[in-house]
Design a protein around this ligand. Structure first.
Ligand SMILES: O=C[C@H](O)COP(=O)(O)O
Length: 372
């Protein structure tokens, strides 16, 4: 039985058990205004929140809760993009405050809220650094994660942002080599950080899941042999299982031990894109299949509802490591290049986030016309 902030008893859910029994933290992949609407999710065991431009597009375009702040921003002479950034900063700040007690109680392990730099900066190293610094300063909360895409150019910015003591959620990770580069950027950033105590710097690595299967399944169908078809729906989870093995390897040994002595926190793998896209797969498939300690599962509404209703709580993430390696190798043997899968997905998702970013600006523009 859990207690709310007034000391009243609230019923434990599978999300509480996920954290207490499996040491995996459930985050909510969503945001809304008023942010107080998130309180029931937190009471149900959500320990952090992730956002992206598509989430803001949905939130701002489907609600008039932003109109008053927007009117003031327009009156103050802000242009559309500035106004958008301020709306975002307010939501993220207010959500950080809601999650502050989880952040404090967990000693800075949980309670984070992610806010992404503009997808338009994905190939601009310097621009990403500047925007990350700006967002961090404007939100003004220790429990904000600045979300930076793991593109070639933005990985370079991660090292610098981390070295400034800013916590980062490295996102858009679709393949293992890219994940390894993200780990190295975190380690490099920590080593370059001038602070003697590194305990306030945190890093999550958002590894996409369902979209990887969507892409792989298409390629496997094109190959069409029974061996290929038999691998459908297995690649994304297998790759994630191997990412967890890589995480354990990278966060042990002398290099890591040295940083740990300075108080550094291990990076946390965060499973993103956990909503099932293929209706033929069970709706809790990706959440159920990737349960393991010291990780985060960020879950959007569809999978969250399903998991809370009939999710299965057992440690799956390292239950079948050699099987996962066999699946990974078999996919590669069929001529599917994991790196190319990663770059195709990176291109597609950045494209769709850029579209959401443009749409939300257009929506704000329309709202300002109505207000005039
Ligand atoms: O922020 C990342 C989301 O988890 C993406 O999820 P999606 O692939 O279902 O759009």
């Amino acid at each position: 039985m859990e207690h709310n902030s007034n000391g009243a008893k609230i019923k434990s859910t599978i999300l509480h058990h996920l954290f207490e029994k499996q040491r995996q933290s459930p985050y909510y992949d969503n945001l809304c205004r008023p942010v107080s609407d998130l309180l029931p999710f937190i009471a149900n065991g959500i320990r952090g929140l992730t956002t992206n431009p598509a989430i803001f597009e949905r939130a701002i375009s489907s609600s008039n809760a932003y109109d008053e702040q927007l009117r003031k921003l327009v009156e103050a002479g802000k242009d559309i993009e500035c106004a958008y950034r301020e709306l975002v900063v307010k939501d993220i700040h207010d959500t950080c405050k809601l999650l502050e007690s989880i952040y404090n109680d967990s000693d800075g392990v949980d309670g984070y809220v992610s806010v992404a730099v503009s997808p338009k900066l994905a190939s601009d190293t310097k621009g990403t650094i500047e925007e990350a610094k700006w967002l961090h300063k404007m939100v003004g909360c220790s429990n904000v994660y600045i979300k930076i895409p793991a593109t070639d150019e933005s990985i370079l910015s991660m090292k610098e942002v981390i070295s400034l003591g800013i916590s980062v959620n490295a996102t858009l990770i679709f393949c293992l080599p890219r994940y390894e580069a993200v780990v190295d950027a975190y380690l490099d950033g920590l080593e370059a950080c001038g602070r003697t105590d590194l305990s306030k710097v945190s890093n999550a690595a958002a590894f996409y899941i369902s979209r990887v299967d969507t892409k792989l399944d298409k390629k496997l169908e094109q190959i069409g042999t029974s061996e290929a078809l038999d691998l459908k729906g297995k690649g994304a989870v297998a790759q994630a299982v191997l990412a967890y093995q890589l995480y354990q390897k990278k966060f042990s040994g002398p290099r890591w031990k040295h940083l740990e002595k300075r108080g550094a926190k291990k990076q946390r793998l965060m499973w993103a894109s956990t909503n099932v896209k293929n209706p033929a797969y069970p709706d809790t498939f990706y959440v159920d299949s990737l349960i393991g300690p010291d990780t985060i599962s960020t879950i959007a509404d569809q999978a969250l509802k399903a998991f809370m209703d009939h999710g299965v709580l057992s440690r799956t993430l390292d239950a079948e490591v050699s099987g996962a390696q066999d699946i990974y190798n078999a996919i590669e043997k069929l001529g599917i290049d994991w790196r190319s899968v990663g770059s195709e997905l990176e291109h597609e998702v950045l494209g769709s986030f850029t579209k959401s970013f443009d749409n939300v600006l257009q929506c704000i523009h329309k709202k300002t016309l109505v207000q005039v």
